[in-house]
Design a protein around this ligand. Structure first.
Ligand code: MOS
Length: 750
């Protein structure tokens, strides 16, 4: 491990009871009582309300806006349009690194997608601003919208720093296909899915000269602060983002978008604090979405049931002005052994808002198709789907032959199958019925997701009374960072959790990195743990150098930190409390710092993923053909588990999204206008409790000292990945009908 970025887990720290315990969310009470403040709960003095006017056409230009009518409405303070919008320091047409997105902030009158901001009305009340928007009565010059495969512009996919879709080829695909005993192939599609976090995007901005305080839900505080600073031409430290709680993030709140910037801009331009909250409908356009894909898979198999070739081609919809393409086919580089693999991505330019990361970007859409394709290949080989996957188990990374840092997938298959009762599943489709005469089907899928560790920083302060303050500027979008990260900090400090105060969600704290990519606990947690270790090392120095301490001279023997005391390793009855050590040294507090970031040598040498296996049962009323998921079992291996209760929650959340993906979610666009017809929670279907069956998430033990000293992988996104295909395969097993287009609907089964 690189000593510069990581200290190994301090040996003198006893693995306490904190980490590994199913502690309930420390912020749970605040949330359920309404005491937790979300961005839009802030009402600074003199607050103005901004509402964005968004386009109702997909392509063309705004010919006129009745600005006079809007301004004449009582309470309206200003209408911001391309004609009077204050200049920005960074050209919004230029992509903003590191993720490189171009934003719509009234730079011209061109309309590129439905729900693009075309004006901002600022008023003394929300009602006045809303009415002002209505009075703008925009007129357009409209062009035909490009909405699908037939009229979009196909192009080679560009790498944009998120997911990096490209073309990757190993071995001789043609030879692999020619030499196959059989080739199965299919066309698959996944729909556009839009971000529907409970909390829509919101921003409250208040300027004081050249500094700005921004309340907003944000998954990447420091990075965003730097980007806003660039847009407004001020130093990054002049931007304070506060994001203590998020009502869901899912990737959308990690990426800068136009409406956020417009809210901050309106406050600057008008010299008063401004609040801007997106309506539910406005979430469908300017804040990213899971891009639609059209995928083709070809699998060659030999008589032994082993893959001879795997070809995965994906076309991903993107906007006319940016390049994010869902890296769906990359899923085929992670899971199965094959002498020849080729994955390819193309982009398709449509008149839509730019897609972006959404929970398990790439892997969710890619594995949803790959897992059906694997099921079809197993069927063609006359093999059980699990036996087929085991026959193609990748012992090393497909194509590269790199070893995995750890891979307990076999154990996931075993434990998941046992808990589900997979053994004895009939090979043939359409043979099982339940006591009500419903069709019953069992399907499975493999889950996989990378386990990144991002650079992050943290600070730990031990106080004179023996309690500690630990700080890292990350984000808890609901995954439980307030709890799991504090557990890690407490463990590293040898303190009970209730002695540790945890601060997060502010950009002026040490950079907590990105809460995304399922990497926040691995990243910020390691930084916090290192900061705690740093404190203990300093404390040890004080105690072992103090002739009156019971620990005097114990430096070489070592000490153990536990329960707020340092103990001699060779004689734990000889100990001294932290408070005493600090008091004797005349110190009010002791500050330690820590960083994280993956060791580059390790990253180069090993392939690193979390893995899992998901087993699904569906029941289908033969008269209605309505699909209900009746059982779902997932077994996941993701390195060291810090808080099993929270981790199970993450798996459940992922698996529920899997149900959503397989059976419910789809944004449906009107082909004539490009407008999304179901841009609300009534018609954009996501699962409710009645859609969610009894679920089981099994935590398969796995140790991985290579991913990081703490051995934490990631759990946030993997649950989606195996579940989608497992459900699709269960539908086939119940009915004999192969549906290759998501979501699977009643009409597909009639
Ligand atoms: Mo995620 S799509 O990295 O929040």
């Amino acid at each position: 491990m690189s000593p510069e970025t990581q200290t190994t887990f301090p040996r003198h720290v006893r693995h306490g009871s904190n980490s590994g315990q199913p502690v309930s969310r420390r912020d749970g009470r605040l949330k359920v009582t309404g005491a937790a403040t979300y961005a839009a709960d802030n009402h600074p003095e003199g607050l103005l309300h901004a509402v964005i006017a968004t386009s109702t056409i997909a392509r063309g230009r705004v010919r006129s806006l009745d600005v006079e009518a809007a301004k004449a409405h009582p309470g309206v303070v200003e209408v911001i349009t391309p004609a009077n919008r204050m200049p920005l320091h960074h050209d919004p047409n230029e992509k903003m690194p590191p993720f490189g997105f171009r934003v719509e902030v009234l730079q011209d009158d061109t309309v590129r997608y439905v729900n693009q901001p075309i004006a901002v009305v600022v008023a003394e009340t929300l009602e006045a601003a809303t009415e002002g928007v209505r009075l703008l009565a925009p007129r357009y010059e409209e062009e035909d919208a490009r909405t699908g495969l037939d009229n979009g512009l196909r192009h080679e996919a560009q790498s944009v720093g998120v997911g990096a879709p490209g073309t990757v080829s190993f071995g001789d695909l043609d030879a692999g296909l020619k030499g196959a005993a059989r080739v199965t192939e299919g066309d698959y599609s996944t729909p556009p899915q839009y971000h529907n976090a409970m909390e829509p995007h919101a921003v409250v901005a208040e300027w004081d000269g050249d500094t700005v305080t921004i309340d907003m839900p944000n998954q990447a505080l420091r990075m965003s602060a730097a980007s806003y600073a660039a847009y407004f031409g001020i130093p990054a430290e002049n931007v304070l983002i506060r994001s203590p709680f998020l009502g869901g993030g899912f990737g959308s709140k990690a990426i800068l978008n136009g409406p956020q910037i417009l809210g901050i801009l309106a406050a600057r331009q008008l010299g008063r604090p401004v609040k801007l909250v997106l309506t539910r409908a406005q979430m469908y356009g300017p804040v990213g979405h899971r891009g639609r894909t059209w995928q083709k898979l070809r699998l060659g198999t030999g008589d032994d049931g082993k893959l001879t070739a795997l070809h995965h081609h994906s076309i991903g919809a993107t906007s006319s002005f940016d390049d994010f393409v869902e890296p769906a086919a990359n899923a085929s580089l992670m899971l199965y052994e094959s002498p020849a693999i080729r994955v390819e991505h193309e982009g398709l330019r449509l008149d839509i808002g730019t897609p972006g990361p959404m929970r398990a970007p790439g892997e969710a859409s890619g594995s949803a198709s790959l897992e059906i394709a694997m099921d079809e290949a197993a069927e063609a080989c006359g093999m059980d789907p699990l036996a087929f996957r085991l026959a193609n188990y990748a012992e090393t990374q497909p194509g590269t032959g790199k070893p995995f840092s750890s891979k307990a997938l076999r154990e996931c298959y075993e434990q998941g199958a046992a808990a589900f009762g997979w053994a004895g599943r009939p090979l043939e489709a359409g043979t099982m019925r339940d006591e009500n005469g419903f069709l019953v089907g069992w399907g499975m899928g493999t889950a996989v997701f990378p386990c990144p560790q991002f650079p992050a920083e943290a600070r730990a302060t031990l106080r004179a009374d023996g309690t500690a303050l630990v700080e890292t500027g990350g984000a808890d979008m609901g995954q439980g960072a307030w709890t799991a990260l504090a557990q890690l900090a407490a463990e590293s400090l040898g303190l009970d959790l209730d002695k540790v105060e945890f601060h997060s969600g502010r950009s002026d704290l040490p950079d907590g990195g990105v809460a995304g990519g399922s990497g926040h606990t691995a990243s910020a947690g390691q930084a916090l743990s290192n900061a705690g270790g740093d404190v203990i090392a300093r404390l040890t120095e004080l105690a072992t150098g103090d002739p009156d301490s019971p620990l005097f001279g114990a430096g070489n023997i070592g000490v153990v930190a536990a329960e707020g005391r340092l103990h001699r390793r060779d004689d734990e009855t000889r100990s001294q409390s932290y408070a005493d050590i600090l008091a004797r040294a005349g110190q009010k507090e002791l500050v330690g710092t820590g960083k994280s970031g993956r060791d580059p040598a390790s990253a180069e040498a090993f392939a690193m993923h979390s893995h899992g296996a998901v087993f699904a049962e569906v029941k289908i009323d033969p008269n209605l053909m309505q699909v209900r998921v009746s059982r779902l079992v997932g077994a996941f291996a993701a390195g060291r588990i810090i808080n099993p209760k929270l981790v199970r929650s993450q798996y459940y959340g992922g698996m529920i999204w899997g149900i959503s993906f397989a059976l419910q979610e789809e944004a449906v666009a009107d082909r004539r206008t490009g407008r999304i017809m179901n841009a609300d929670l009534a018609e954009y279907h996501v699962p409710v409790n009645a859609d969610v069956p009894r679920m089981e998430a099994i935590l398969v033990p796995e140790e991985d000292p290579r991913v990081s000293p703490l051995g934490i992988k990631g759990v946030g996104e993997i649950g989606v990945t195996g579940t989608v295909g497992a459900i699709a395969n269960a539908v086939w097993h119940a009915t004999g009908i192969r549906v290759r287009n998501y979501p699977i609907r009643i009409e597909d089964l009639l």
